[in-house]
Design a protein around this ligand. Structure first.
Ligand code: GAL
Length: 342
């Protein structure tokens, strides 16, 4: 009897203290201060036992830009936020690690400009944390890549400027650091018709000039890259602005290609809409074999800061991968989460 009471007390304690935490895709996710996590189009860096989640810190208004005939909204971005965690459930707000420049209206990072899909990697040679991001204006005609650098994962990052990599326009993007220390910038280019993979310089601050054009005339964006057992995987979305569409994954033996498009990895209800999400990053869980988390943004296009996050486990079958919807799931229980049942 006494034993059961203790179990009950422990159960209630777990529920209220956050011990029995689940990943709950698509629902509000609060940080350790009780505020909604504001890190959209983000990516995660794992460094010395800590996960750092960087993303677009949306604020201000969101509205259809006047005179623009395609699906474009102005998104006042206040900078790039960072949250830290050791367990991937509880996230501490580390502040805006790259802040908007409110003083100079011409600045790439003025709040009226667009800063999207920031990603951070660590350079072992220089000891610097390097952030790349999509820089644009309200009608998305700038199509450039910006770079910032910091001595610490929690900033502040110093903004160094923007460029068009390899002379090409660059919008949705991600970074990938390979096991040999080489790093790549993967970006939608040629008005989103092509996805470029570009080797960065040794300090990660510029482009080396070595790059490939992939999926020409296939209009893929929102790239998320990972490596498993010497194969590289790339998950992308189609181009439909903030509205969801069907994801696709591709496989390659080298990051520079050749990439072979496979199929939509999503299965079940709403799989053709990527469960109303759009890819942003794939996180390998540190020290866990075959534990990869697909991170998607569930955009709220009328108020982007209200956008939610969809995190789902990736299942592997040989070289193939599948993603099932889960109402909620436990990280420590990824194997059963991968079975496909709710
Ligand atoms: C999406 C893109 C987002 C954002 C949006 C603007 O296609 O993935 O990152 O750029 O368009 O409409």
């Amino acid at each position: 009897m006494k034993y059961r009471i203790w179990i009950l007390i422990f159960g209630l304690f777990s529920i209220f203290s956050g011990y029995a935490q689940y990943i709950v895709p698509g629902e509000e996710w609060l940080d350790t201060d009780g505020n909604p996590i504001n890190a959209h189009g983000g990516g995660i860096l794992y460094h010395e036992g800590v996960y750092y989640w960087y993303g677009e810190y949306k604020g201000g208004c969101t509205y259809r830009s006047p005179g623009v005939d395609w699906d474009c909204y102005r998104t006042d971005v206040l900078g790039v936020s960072c949250y830290s965690s050791k367990d991937l459930y509880h996230w501490k707000f580390e502040g805006l690690v790259l802040e908007s420049d409110t003083l100079d209206p011409q600045s790439d990072i003025h709040p009226t400009r667009v800063i999207e899909r920031p990603k951070v990697i660590y350079n072992d040679k220089t000891g610097k944390f390097v952030m790349w991001m999509h820089i644009d204006n309200y009608n998305y005609r700038v199509a450039s890549a910006g770079v910032a650098v910091s001595d610490s994962p929690v900033g502040k990052f110093t903004y160094l400027g923007s460029m068009r990599p390899n002379g090409q326009n660059s919008r949705d993007m991600t970074l990938f650091k390979d096991d040999d220390g080489k790093a790549y910038h993967i970006y939608s280019s040629e008005e989103n018709s092509t996805l470029c993979v570009s080797l960065l310089s040794d300090d990660y601050l510029s482009h080396s000039g070595v790059y490939t054009k992939n999926f020409q005339n296939r209009f893929r964006e929102a790239p998320a890259v990972f490596k498993r057992e010497n194969k590289y995987y790339l998950v992308t979305s189609g181009c439909s602005g903030w509205d969801p569409n069907e994801a696709e994954y591709a496989v390659a033996d080298s990051l520079l290609g050749v990439w072979t498009a496979v199929e939509n990895p999503c299965r079940g209800k709403d799989a053709d809409k990527t469960f109303y999400g759009q890819s942003t990053f794939v996180l390998p869980v540190a020290g866990e074999k075959d534990c990869y988390i697909m991170m998607l943004d569930k955009w709220c296009k009328t108020d982007l800061k209200e956008s939610k996050y969809i995190w789902l486990p990736i299942a592997f079958n040989g070289d193939g991968l599948t993603i099932f919807w889960k109402d909620r799931w436990l990280l420590g229980n990824m194997t059963s989460a991968l079975l496909g049942e709710k």
